[in-house]
Design a protein around this ligand. Structure first.
Ligand code: MF3
Ligand code: CO
Ligand code: CO
Length: 298
């Protein structure tokens, strides 16, 4: 883990504001700038992670268990891609080793759902989160899937969360600040009456699964780390239909909404590159970003 002077227990909890201010300068120094050679490897890892999601999509249907999704993805990553599923036995400080190769977060599960023998049911929404390691570098991406025909409300939450991810991506450019990303996401989520989960955030990524910086999904424009070409990080907003509060289950991993409202998440790994950004977690069938109208302000 990076040498954070806050955040003793979590893999990617945001720092308290005081700590954030105190170590802003130090932090920007520990954000790695990837070389062209490393970026080439990140592109490969990112594409592989996206291809796992393409591969699993047709299997996400009523009656399939999340454990089956895990086994299918594990075999695809290990045998076909000759890559490593990063979650398996991943154990950041304060966590027990993650026992599976992917995360599957169904309905009111916010993130880090542990695949098991529960069957998916028509009407469920499920996030599948894939992280692979190829040639020493990580690619991390997740999408929402519909099981059968979810309610209009459930589908709307998934769509708006996808738009939140892209509102965040679209502000990425050299010279922009991390707070610009968080602000764009928060603004869009709250304009729809949804809330942003505060306890987990995006993260730098490269040789390590979770590295500096922490990419909050809420914030203020112009605040925080200045982005530079060669930085690579994830944006992965978790958006709740109800209140933002979360609870961690006794398995030590699964995170749920306290009020049991639905939660959605989408994730891409992005590179800061002139004149803006490059999304690294793309495959031939990755859904492109939406066309985003200007946010209405009141
Ligand atoms: N893939 C998750 C993320 O987006 C992290 C999962 S940690 C695990 O950062 F151990 F649960 F896999
Ligand atoms: Co991530
Ligand atoms: Co992820």
């Amino acid at each position: 883990m990076p040498d954070l002077d806050y955040n003793p227990l979590s893999l990617k909890n945001p720092p308290p504001p005081a700590a954030a201010a105190r170590c802003a300068r130090q932090r920007s120094m520990s954000v790695s700038i990837k070389t062209p050679d490393e970026i080439a490897k990140m592109r490969v890892a990112g594409r592989l992670a996206a291809e796992v999601l393409d591969f699993i999509a047709p299997h996400v249907r009523p009656g399939t268990t999340t454990g089956e999704l895990d086994r299918l993805c594990h075999d695809y990553i290990a045998r076909v891609q000759q890559a490593i599923p990063a979650p398996l036995n991943y154990a950041p400080p304060g966590y027990r080793p993650f026992p599976r190769s992917i995360c599957t977060s169904v309905n009111h599960v916010v993130c880090h759902g542990v695949p098991g023998d529960k069957k998916l049911r028509a009407g469920d929404i499920v996030n599948v989160d894939i992280t692979v390691i190829k040639d020493g570098y990580h690619g991390d991406t997740s999408r929402m899937f519909y099981v059968g025909d979810p309610s209009i409300q459930a589908r709307r939450l998934c769509e708006v969360t996808f738009e939140c991810l892209w509102r965040g991506i679209e502000v990425v450019r050299p010279g922009a600040h991390l707070g610009d990303i968080g602000h764009a996401i928060q603004q869009h989520a709250e304009a729809h009456g949804y809330s942003v989960v505060r306890e987990f955030c995006g993260h730098g990524i490269g040789r390590k699964f979770h590295e500096e910086p922490q990419v909050l999904h809420y914030g203020r424009p112009g605040v925080g780390l200045r982005l530079e070409p060669g930085m690579t990080f994830t944006i992965e907003p978790m958006i709740n239909a109800g209140k933002p509060d979360i609870r961690q289950l006794a398995d030590g991993w699964t995170v749920v909404t306290k009020d049991h409202s639905l939660s959605a998440q989408w994730e891409h790994t992005v590179l800061v590159a002139e004149p803006g950004y490059e999304v690294l977690t793309v495959s031939n069938s990755t859904e492109p970003g939406p066309s985003l109208p200007n946010e209405a302000h009141d």
